[in-house]
Write a protein that binds this ligand. Sequence first.
Ligand SMILES: Cc1cc2nc3c(=O)[nH]c(=O)nc-3n(C[C@H](O)[C@H](O)[C@H](O)COP(=O)(O)OP(=O)(O)OC[C@H]3O[C@@H](n4cnc5c(N)ncnc54)[C@H](O)[C@@H]3O)c2cc1C
Length: 489
Amino acid sequence: MARKNANGAAAELDAVVVGAGLAGLTAARELRRAGRSVQVLEARDRVGGRLLNEPIGDGKVVEVGGQWLGPTQYRMAALARSVGVDTFPTHTHGDTLAEFGGRLINFRGSIPPLSPHILLDFGRAQRKLEAMARQVPLEAPWEAPHAREWDSQTFSSWVEHVTFTDGARRIFEVFVEGVWSAQGEDLSLLHVLTYVHSAGGVDALIDTGGGAQQDRFVGGSQRVAERLAEDLGDVVTLGAPVRRIEHGLDHVVVESDGASVRAARVIVAIPPTLTGRIVYDPPLPGRRDQLTQRMPQGTVIKCMALYEKPFWRERGLSGEATSDVGPVKVAYDNSPPDGRPGVLLGFLEGRVGRELGRATEAERRAAVVECFTRFFGPDAAEPYRYIERSWAEEEWTRGCYGCYFGPGGWTSYGSALRQPIGPIHWAGSETATVWLGYMDGAVQSGERAAREVLTSRPSAAASGSPPAAARPRRGARAAPPRGPATAGR
Ligand SMILES: Cc1cc2nc3c(=O)[nH]c(=O)nc-3n(C[C@H](O)[C@H](O)[C@H](O)COP(=O)(O)OP(=O)(O)OC[C@H]3O[C@@H](n4cnc5c(N)ncnc54)[C@H](O)[C@@H]3O)c2cc1C
């Protein structure tokens, strides 16, 4: 039986969306544009999910979640433009640093001057990887010509097999940790191939200029989600974690701590692992549930040190560094557009993130600042502020950057990832076919899930009648109204 909402009756809508990350908000916007009634139920007391701005004074922010935009991430770029959020280039002027094999090397461009043997070995393996990746059909990776063979091995075992130098293997290790915040032994080779294809190549994933780290959002990436939510108004209910979804042939009843909503369809726009923590009545088919048991999140702690000014720029350094020592293995200049304050960003990813996740914040701060000092000199030793976010600790995310498949996952369960179950549809960055795992992928997934709802047979909700929004229950809050800063777009 449907629970009653505060109005005394379960609300009847065309669709409910679970989760107010980019995927859920995009889906809701598309449904609204098509004239459908929709309610978004969000567990947290804010929108944006894996996007989160942290104020640093003077109205400026840094992002402790996703932040960069790459040149071929067209959907995210268009979405940001549509809500009036501008971008600016990541600071890259000056020398980049590579700490490799115990040496700190300054260089320009994207290829560090390592031994030719290592570069040749890595380059050859990269080309092989990309050639294999192009053979993976993005809509159905399990149908790739060598899907079973590729899905039956880890990325590490493949790297071990195709490379000859320890140096090339160490570059691949930094690559895997930087892109998936996991280790090569965690990931199916087929997953890596799918991901690489969905991004357009290895360089597209790792490069700053010309790659996924090229641009940043003025005012922070979360602003995109906030503006989407402002446009949606009271369609978004915060503080409403969804606990249970009752579903029939032509209806769902979605129950959260904050509201109970009856609708024709539901779009569940949360990481696949978390979809398995909702109770479904009747229970989902075993295959779909087993999928949720096989898509763990990576482990990342995003750390930033703040300084009065970006002192490294005066020394001709870009602020970008790569290290095979760590614990910070990739670092960037993450200062606001005007360069005040100076912000160094470092990631603790994969194994390092798991280990340092058990340390205290003071210990992590010391470890991160020690790395920055090794890279950029003694001025890095005394930041006036340290900021970090450990995504594994976040109840409504439980890891980052996203969920991945280990060996056997894609070929056994991949086709259940997007497959609707009756009136239940799935969205979220992990379900994307382009820029899988990125903001752009989240937007694509929201658009696709909305299309599925719009092209499914006519909804059971009273079409033509005004939207009957669910009344918030105790503890639930509507998203704040759109403020003057966003007016006039
Ligand atoms: C540290 C970090 C760095 C990253 N860097 C980048 C980057 O530079 N560029 C890039 O493109 N991407 C980056 N990403 C990835 C990017 O942030 C995500 O791919 C994208 O934001 C995912 O959006 P989503 O809507 O699919 O999921 P989410 O953002 O996870 O949204 C899901 C929403 O559902 C809510 N929710 C969960 N469970 C429930 C429930 N039971 N009931 C109701 N609500 C629920 C959550 O609170 C959340 O708001 C990064 C991520 C992290 C964490």
